[in-house]
Design a protein around this ligand. Structure first.
Ligand code: SAH
Length: 474
């Protein structure tokens, strides 16, 4: 590490800015938004302050004279932006005087450099690349932006406001530390992050025994999280956040290892997955594990493929958590059918052609017997079938018998959004042989005219694809 990140207190003196044009303006914007006082030597003598509010303008001193000659006592730092040779001379002078100096985009003339900044009020993250790769620093900043809760600055402000009062109650540093950990990790922190700052203040006011609060176990919690169909980049920002906060993760077989890789490293991982053919530990046992973990004060994540409420038995888990009085949250995920639609470009609805979507499951041939197929014959309905692979023949027969045309386009989409995904398209009449062409699951079936708009259909039948498009345009 050549550059040590430190935070400058802008209250202690002015910053000298030497330079002109857009570069100087950009630095001015940064400094003034951070609350700095700026002594500006405009090397072209043009002091353009349009676009700044009165408060910001009041903090700018339009300096006159030669910056190389004026005194620098009390100055916190010197910045040169668009100053040309004057910048280099100024940098040499600042260095000689022992004042930190930055010449924009010229590390060799600078004694400090600017990081990419994540700014959430009191919480500031600075990202540096040693001045080598600002583009990379911006990318890192974007990934941090995504995982930091929007209101984390409010949490810091709350702690700042209560700090002295708590210090008076808990003189010992170690108990103070556990006290604040309980606040940050527990309901009080959660309330602030959810925008309920008043509740948080009230909860802090209501603590009568600070020692007891510090040593109490946090309240456990279960998050039912949709992991999406496989690609970890399809996790929601919220899902990623709870995964990185989890103490324990109960996951299904369908959850890909790449997604578990995004979870907090120390989180315990428990496979509870059932898979077709393998029984798994049973829903009642899963419910019990979730309740136990929460009662032990853990932040538990129940991680499911796709969306928890689409053929994911999330409803049963919520019922069990409600009955046990465990706090929980539901974080949706991208369900496999939607993932398949995006990856293979199947518009599930289409103007005039497909006005409805049905998501259904037909796990085994017997299940297919439970579906009322006569409700699925509308040619303007797209049918998306989960767990339909082993029942493919029964699905074909039932749909044909109910009256859906044998030439209805169908797609079989396997392992969607994963590196080894595969699509096979054809007609309803051929469904069983299409299914046998995908090698292995999981796979989703999409039945309906919209499949003819898909990418694999276009690739397989270029002429027919054009005809379809022309029909759609009519
Ligand atoms: N809750 C999940 C569905 C669980 S049921 C969701 O919302 O996606 C399991 C079925 O989902 C599988 O049999 C298969 O039909 C479908 N499925 C899940 N992941 C899939 C994937 N990556 N590709 C294709 N189908 C998938």
């Amino acid at each position: 590490m050549r550059f040590l990140p430190v935070f400058l207190d802008l209250q202690t003196g002015p910053i000298v800015l030497v330079g002109q044009g857009e570069l100087a303006q950009a630095k001015l914007r940064l400094l003034l938004s951070a609350g700095a006082r700026v002594r500006w030597f405009a090397t072209d003598n043009k002091y353009d302050l349009s676009g700044f509010d009165a408060d910001a303008i009041s903090r700018v001193e339009k300096a006159s004279g030669d910056p190389l000659a004026v005194h620098l006592s009390n100055v916190i730092a010197v910045l040169c932006a668009g100053a040309g040779d004057a910048g280099h001379a100024m940098a040499a002078r600042a260095k000689a005087a022992g004042i930190p100096v930055n010449v924009m985009d010229e590390v060799s003339h600078s004694t400090f450099i600017f990081p990419a900044i994540v700014d959430r009020g009191d919480v500031i993250v600075a990202v540096g690349t040693g001045g080598n790769a600002p583009v990379l620093a911006r990318r890192v900043r974007e990934s941090i932006e995504k995982v930091l809760p929007a209101r984390i600055g409010d949490l810091s402000a709350l702690i700042g406001a209560w700090r002295e009062r708590v210090k008076a109650k808990l003189p010992e540093m170690s108990s103070r530390r556990t006290f604040w950990e309980r606040v940050v990790d527990g309901e009080i922190g959660a309330a602030v992050l959810a925008g309920r700052k008043n509740d948080a203040d009230r909860a802090l006011e209501n603590i009568s025994d600070h020692d007891a609060f510090a040593s109490s176990k946090g309240e456990g919690f279960v998050a039912l999280v949709g992991a999406g169909p496989g690609d970890p980049d399809l996790l929601t920002v919220k899902a990623l956040r709870v995964l990185q906060d989890a103490d324990v993760i109960f996951y299904d077989d369908l959850v890909s290892p790449e997604i578990l890789d995004r979870a907090r490293r120390d989180a315990a991982r428990v496979s509870v997955g059932r898979r077709i053919g393998k029984p798994g530990i049973g829903q009642d046992n899963i419910n019990k594990l979730l309740i136990e973990a929460a009662r032990e004060g853990k932040r538990a994540v129940r991680l499911k493929g796709g969306d928890p409420f689409v053929f994911g038995r999330g409803g049963e888990e919520v019922a069990a958590l409600r009955e046990a009085g465990i706090p929980y949250a539901i974080i949706p995920g991208i369900t496999a059918g939607i993932g398949a639609a995006a990856e293979f470009e199947v518009p599930l609805t289409f103007r005039k052609q497909a006005l409805r979507i049905t998501f259904l499951t037909a796990h085994k041939a017997e299940d297919a017997g439970q579906v009322d197929w006569t409700t699925l014959t509308d040619t303007k309905m797209t049918v998306v079938v989960y767990m339909g692979i082993s029942a493919a023949s029964a699905i074909r027969e039932s749909l044909l018998k109910a009256g859906r045309a044998s030439q209805t386009p169908v797609g079989v989409f396997a392992r969607v959004t994963r590196p080894d995904s595969k699509a096979v398209v054809g007609m309803l009449d051929d469904l069983p042989s299409l299914v046998s062409a995908i090698e292995s699951g999981p796979a989703i079936l999409v039945i309906g005219d919209v499949v003819a708009h898909s990418l694999p259909w276009k690739n397989a039948n270029p002429q027919e694809f054009l005809n379809q498009l022309m029909m759609a345009a009519e």
